[in-house]
Design a protein around this ligand. Structure first.
Ligand code: AMP
Length: 441
């Protein structure tokens, strides 16, 4: 299928062509016709699937079509489309997509989010906008100050709805929805269909079309996964070793806490790895600059927390390192969604200490994948990594490191395995890469 078959206007096809895209991604091919037809939509699609264009393109099309109808040639000042997103970064990225795809439509757009001054937002809103992208908190501020008029909203998009729940935005969202006209089109995108997401979908969507592009919880197919077992207090040295040994660049490193990301970023920077930390305590300017520097290749590492990294759009990021595993296994999928995009291969490497064995087991269960495990000579863990399980199947606590390709968690067959990275989605594994323990001798 080609974009030209979707019934999009010449202005949009031109902008799509300028991006170099010819073929719609699966979520685009499935969602665009429903949205153009004015239907409500519930889409299961993760970051990296092209979901943003899947709603932005048909929304732009419907707005321009309305604009071009002679009888409706009125100048709208209040937004006709509201896109709610969980984070500032995602707001900025969605706005960027609206502007890129809408470059030849003359439609006006604005993103409002916290952490930056509210006055420029108010001024732009007064001049009139067609599409408003917003985080819930800042939008409620505008509603409180009566600086936004939501009475003309025809289409509501809830992007990354699952994340809105994770971040505790559900009440804010309900308050915002109460202020919208009852008759409108509703589009909801989520990476998971968790129970609370379904509940919201039920409350908000009217007879929605369903689009599901990835197997439930299936991560990007081109990502290879690997684990190095190491004690918690050796992780920093191991990470530095990996940077030094391989000249890594553009590595997104995940930590569980803001404090942890700051400490790790400092350590990397002190050791000569150009690094920035990205988390919620950073000012918006610092976050924007860190992301721009990282994308431009000026930083070798970006150390981020899950929330800060949500929805980051970084093209063909080669590698994601989990310095700590996430507590929620679904977050592993969100994390690795930033690599292996748009046909490029990517790698997800996790440094796993003995206290994280349960998280590793849960991630493997979710992925339905045994992640190859190795140890790095010189960084062999001193602590037992095995997952508690029935006595008969318990492996010896201290095997020699070199033999320990699968010493512990998730080893459901007990058979020895190669330390090659595993690929999800059934595609072929590539040969052992830099992080297989044996090569690092
Ligand atoms: P998203 O899932 O919206 O975060 O998009 C992921 C990435 O895919 C973005 O960098 C888009 O620019 C890119 N993209 C979107 N649509 C297409 C397409 N049809 N062909 C190739 N890349 C695309």
């Amino acid at each position: 299928m080609q974009f030209t078959e979707l019934g999009l206007s010449a202005e949009l096809l031109r902008a799509i062509g300028e991006q170099g895209y010819t073929t719609p991604t699966p979520v685009q091919a499935q969602a665009i016709p429903h949205i153009l037809a004015g239907r409500d939509l519930e889409a299961l699609a993760q970051t990296g699937t092209g979901k943003t264009a899947a709603f932005v393109l048909p929304i732009l099309q419907r707005l321009t079509a309305a604009q071009n109808t002679p009888l409706q040639k009125v100048t709208h000042t209040a937004p006709r489309v509201l896109v709610l997103v969980p984070t500032r970064e995602l707001a900025a990225q969605v706005l960027e997509s609206v502007r890129v795809y809408g470059a030849h439509t003359g439609l006006r757009s604005l993103a409002v989010f916290g952490g930056v001054g509210i006055n420029p937002q108010i001024q732009t809103m007064r001049r009139g906008i067609d599409i408003l992208v917003a985080t819930p908190g800042r939008l409620l501020d505008h509603l409180g100050q009566r600086t936004v008029d939501l009475s003309k909203v025809q289409t509501l998009v809830l992007d990354e709805a699952d994340r809105m729940f994770d971040m505790g935005f559900i009440r804010d969202i309900r308050r915002i929805i109460e202020r919208l006209p009852k008759l409108r089109q509703n589009l909801m995108f989520s990476a998971t269909f968790a129970a609370e997401v379904r509940e919201l979908a039920h409350a908000v969507l009217q007879n929605p079309a369903l689009v599901e592009v990835a197997r439930r919880n299936a991560p990007a197919e081109l990502v290879s996964h690997a684990v190095i077992k190491v004690d918690q207090d050796k992780k920093r040295d191991l990470l530095l070793h990996l940077f030094a040994a391989h000249g890594w660049h553009q590595v997104l490193v995940f930590c569980r806490t803001k404090h942890g990301s700051d400490a790790l970023a400092r350590k990397l920077e002190q050791s000569g790895v150009r690094t920035a930390a990205l988390h919620g305590n950073k000012s918006q300017n610092a976050r924007t600059r860190a992301l721009a520097d990282f994308k431009a290749g000026k930083l070798a590492a970006l150390v981020a927390t899950d929330i800060a990294a949500r929805g980051l759009d970084i093209d063909s990021l080669p590698r994601v390192v989990n310095f700590e595993l996430p507590n929620v296994p679904e977050d592993y999928i969100h994390r690795i969604g930033r690599t292996g995009r748009a046909g490029a291969s990517g790698e997800a490497l996790s440094l796993v200490s003995s206290d994280e064995r349960i998280q590793l087991r849960d991630i493997e269960r979710l992925l339905k994948l045994d992640i190859p495990t190795s140890v790095m000579p010189g960084f062999e863990p001193q602590h037992n990594h095995s997952v508690p399980r029935p006595a008969a199947g318990r492996p010896p606590a201290h095997k020699p490191a070199q033999a320990r390709t699968r010493s512990g968690s998730g080893d459901r067959s007990g058979a020895p395995r190669s330390p090659r990275p595993a690929r999800s989605g059934g595609s072929a594994a590539k040969p052992a890469s830099h992080h297989s323990g044996q090569r690092h001798r």
